[in-house]
Design a protein around this ligand. Structure first.
Ligand SMILES: [Fe+2]
Length: 169
């Protein structure tokens, strides 16, 4: 792979470390720590299951991380209804930073997904076949999509229509 590929994912790793540290600091201030509450390890599992560049880029940044772009604003909305204190304010600030920076992770994934499509002489629509293979119910139901973030990250309006089950742009 070109050097830019490794540069991109090292930048992502640096972001992820910073994100983890921001959230870990909040957990510690709540007398907790990472690992006290069960969490999913979908990214790790997906990295094991996908063994080609095309599938890895479709699933990890362009499906799982992109889903995070939709989920975070909904979490922020829920937090908005709670009584604010110092920790909650810090959590909201952290989630806003994470949301902002995750766009670039999905965008990097999009860049290398396109690269893989060209290499395999595949149409970008193969994305939906790959997601259907790993997550058969992944796009079954109409859902909220973070249009601005997903467009910035490289999704097309026709892809967003397939994901949201309606015209979003
Ligand atoms: Fe990320």
């Amino acid at each position: 792979m070109p050097k830019e590929y490794y540069d991109d994912w090292l930048e992502v790793a640096e972001d992820e470390i910073r994100h983890f540290k921001m959230l870990e600091k909040l957990l510690i201030s709540l007398d907790s720590k990472y690992g006290d509450v069960e969490v999913h390890n979908s990214l790790f599992e997906a990295s094991q299951k996908t063994q080609t560049l095309l599938e890895r880029m479709a699933v990890v940044p362009r499906y799982l991380e992109a889903n995070g772009l939709d989920a975070t604003p909904q979490i922020l909305n829920k937090l908005d209804n709670l009584v604010k204190d110092e920790i909650l304010n810090e959590l909201v600030d952290s989630l806003n930073i994470i949301l902002q920076e995750e766009v670039s992770h999905v965008k990097k994934g999009d860049r290398w997904f396109e690269y893989a499509c060209q290499k395999e002489a595949a149409n970008k629509d193969i994305y939906f076949e790959i997601i259907d293979k790993y997550y058969p119910q992944g796009f079954d139901r109409a859902r909220y999509v973070n249009k601005e973030a997903r467009i910035e990250a490289g999704f097309s309006c026709s892809e967003l229509k397939n994901i949201a089950h309606k015209n979003v742009c």
